[in-house]
Design a binder for this molecule. Structure first.
Ligand code: 4AD
Ligand code: MG
Length: 473
């Protein structure tokens, strides 16, 4: 049993064949004796040019942009330029007509805002379809990378009882019809009433990390690609309320540098294998400084190791620039100060101006980072890194995890977290029973797509974006 071929499969096959294909009309050009129609089924960036004799096309109503069709014909080498093959159509059926007057996806360039307002039709544009194929391709490349390094792909929960990052950006969920807590949920319930869960607050996950740590305590190397949710109020081109994160957790490692190497290796795979020339050409169309971005990506994909700076070194470079005068005087809005978070302008300056490429910034002050990061010997910084890349800023965040029971418990207590209660008992158990040095990281998938594609805003890097005050469909 085989599926009928897609246009991509047909175009990459050799020889001339009789084929039947389905797709949507992308454009129609009528000439005296023939009509050319480009048909796309979304399987590849280029559509297939169908050549219809006027005897075929004249019998036909509804051959307009957006209409869905089934065509049969002979696939031949094209005599025209612009495509290697074309289809000499014997028969064509319009399966779904599309009124050219009212169809929202017109041929002319449509604004980003207009397309966001038409989220259900946006995937029909060349750029958005290309972005969606890029997501698919990056997922596969990264999965192959982790498979090759013997990481186990695991599925972590979306509903959680804790706020991993402690940033108070969780969404709380509750049942849409409130069940009275005394109502029996099912007659063979065990000792714990199952209704308890519904009367207890539940949150959408902000990160799978804590659960990955539990699984890494058995499987050693684990990773997942999962949606994450943050009630993020900042309206930037890097933040979504629902985004996808690739997270990996790795036991037996004691060095932040090892984690950085792993991240660098998987991202180089993504840069080299994740996107092909044809997709690049489609994506380049909407990006004014594409050539410059492309050079930057090619440089990052080379074998040259990515730069590393400690947070303290980064602050000192930022301070130097912030106080510089003359033609290269600082453009910072915020003063860099040791102990304060790096602003997005600082992150971009470090990667775009100072390093001119990706840079790992390591060993941030513990006060800026979540409770689980491993304390360094200096007692004030943690064994962590952020990967900053040009045009995007922070792409990955990771750390060694505090595996020492006493150190973790006292850090949690100092932060006012309940170390005796149910919420984190299980997490402390991981340190009570067979604790191991370990670490991991989270990579923002839409930010990766934005970096690789050159598409400026993460809202265009996901099919149906959600952000503060915006959730269509
Ligand atoms: O730096 P973050 O918050 O790190 C964590 O959540 C860790 N628990 C991950 C781990 O170690 N397993 O998030 C990781 C990455 C960021 O570097 C960024 O790329 C992305 O997730 N990210 C977002 N992407 C889009 N919209 C948002 N609101 C994002 N918040 C974080
Ligand atoms: Mg971070």
């Amino acid at each position: 049993w085989t599926l009928p071929p897609t246009i991509r499969q047909v175009l990459s096959s050799s020889g001339t064949d009789q084929v039947q294909l389905c797709g949507w009309i992308k454009s129609v050009r009528r000439q005296k004796n023939v009509t050319f129609a480009v048909i796309s089924d979304g399987s590849c960036p280029t559509g297939l040019q169908a050549v219809l004799s006027n005897t075929v096309s004249s019998q036909l109503k509804g051959l307009t942009n957006g209409a869905s069709v089934r065509v049969s014909g002979l696939l031949v080498n094209s005599r025209g330029t612009g495509q290697a093959k074309e289809l000499q159509v014997d028969s064509i059926d319009v399966l779904g007509e599309c009124d050219p007057e009212t169809y929202p996806i017109q041929k002319q360039t449509l604004s980003v805002d207009y397309l966001r307002d038409h989220a259900h039709l946006r995937a029909r544009t060349d750029t958005n379809a290309s972005i969606l194929r890029l997501r698919d391709s990056l997922t596969k490349v990264l999965q192959q990378f982790y498979e090759r390094h013997d990481f186990c792909y695991v599925h972590t929960p979306i509903l959680t009882s804790s706020d991993c990052e402690g940033a108070g950006e969780t969404f709380r969920v509750m049942p849409s019809s409130i069940v009275p807590s005394h109502a029996p949920v099912n007659s063979d319930s065990s000792d714990v009433p199952s209704s308890e869960f519904f009367s207890k607050p539940a949150y959408l996950t902000v990160s799978s990390q804590l659960h990955l740590e539990a699984l890494a305590s058995s499987l050693s190397r684990v990773y997942t690609l999962s949606p994450c949710f943050r009630a993020e109020r900042s309206q930037t081109n890097r933040h979504l309320a629902e985004f996808w994160m690739l997270e990996a957790e790795w036991t037996w490692t004691r060095e932040v540098n090892d984690l950085c190497q792993l991240v660098e290796a998987c991202l180089k795979d993504a840069l080299i294998l994740g996107i092909d020339e044809e997709e690049r050409r489609v994506l380049a169309k909407g990006v004014p400084d594409y050539e410059q971005r492309l050079r930057c990506l090619e440089d990052a994909a080379s074998s040259k190791p990515w730069a590393r700076l400690t947070y303290t070194e980064a602050i000192s470079e930022l301070e130097k620039y912030a106080t510089s005068t003359g033609p290269k005087a600082s453009t910072f809005e915020f003063q860099p100060v040791w102990g304060r978070a790096l602003q997005s302008e600082h992150e971009r300056w470090l990667s775009e101006v100072l390093v001119k490429g990706p840079v790992f910034v390591t060993d941030y002050p513990s006060s800026l980072k979540p409770f689980y990061m491993r304390m360094n010997d200096d007692g004030r910084s943690v064994a962590c890194f952020d990967l900053l890349v040009p045009y995007v800023g922070e792409l990955v965040g990771g750390s060694l995890r505090e595996e020492r029971f006493d150190a973790l418990r006292s850090r949690m207590s100092a932060l006012g977290m309940d170390t005796e209660g149910e919420e984190y008992r299980w997490y402390l158990d991981l340190r009570r029973f067979g604790s191991v040095p370990h670490g991991g990281f989270g990579l923002g998938f839409e930010r990766l797509v934005s970096w690789v594609s050159g598409v400026e805003n993460v809202r265009e890097c996901i099919a149906m974006p959600r952000w503060a005050r915006r959730m269509l469909l």
